[in-house]
Design a protein around this ligand. Sequence first.
Ligand code: NAP
Ligand code: GCO
Length: 270
Amino acid sequence: MTSQEIMNQFSLKGKTALVTGGCYGIGFAIATALHAAGARVVFCATSEGSVEKALKAYAAEEMTDVKGYVCDVTDEASVQKLIAQIETEVAPLDILVNNAGIIKRIPMCEMAVEDFRRVVDVDLTAPFIVAKAVLPGMIQRGHGKIINVCSVLSQLGRETVAAYAAAKGGLKLLTQNICCEFGGQNIQCNGIGPGYIATQQTAPLREPQADGSRHPFDQFIIGRTPAGRWGVTEDLMGPAIFLASDASNFVNGHVLYADGGVVAYLGKQP
Ligand code: NAP
Ligand code: GCO
């Protein structure tokens, strides 16, 4: 292969990508990265307000061709309608990023089963619903990339996040299973496992204390991360481009941790 051919493997020119929950945070960064690599990008969020705000944010970054749709990804009928609409109005989907997610930090014995079910619904059942909606088209066209946004909590636990860890652990295995079931049809399904990333979702864990000192969880994460810092959403851009592109055509069923080393680390010795 020539140098040009090797670098072209990372290009997403001519591809169309859907990023669920791509209105801010990690989803916005991943959508921006895929766009920069040449993809046509669409996203969905839960309300008209979220979509409009995000479209302004994309336009401010000179991405005026990004399209946004309202869709609750836990609602199968709405998702089926969304995929049909995107494939008619924009183009058939080559790339799906299952990014939309929520967390509820509640000690397990105090957690209502409704809260547990809602987290599993958004973080695990919804990726199944959206993948199920895009897969027939991908199979028909003979290629497809599905990226599931997992977590270091896909393989680690901690207090108060039973539902989230169960859902993200399940998402890791859903990722492997999609690989097993559709790998023979040239579909690659991989996960990105972010570490602790500074976004709205983790803001309560980083709030300074009343006396101006760092939040104890903030200090805990810095000590637990070999890189010695929180991640930023830009840390997920390279992994997303790689997993969406032809450069990863023989990578399947894998979770790529972009976590500053958290899952490799036992913690600082005393
Ligand atoms: P965030 O800032 O809270 O953003 C979550 C996004 O998901 C929003 O765009 C939200 O849109 C969307 N969303 C939530 N429920 C939805 C639903 N039912 N249907 C459609 N969209 C929905 O979160 P983030 O930190 O960027 O996290 C993004 C993903 O990365 C999540 O899956 C999260 O679990 C995962 N993750 C985060 C971290 C971290 O440290 N931040 C680490 C590992 C993994 P609306 O505003 O319209 O509701
Ligand atoms: C927590 C964090 C995590 C992160 C992330 C870690 O409460 O432990 O919020 O859930 O969001 O998923 O990778």
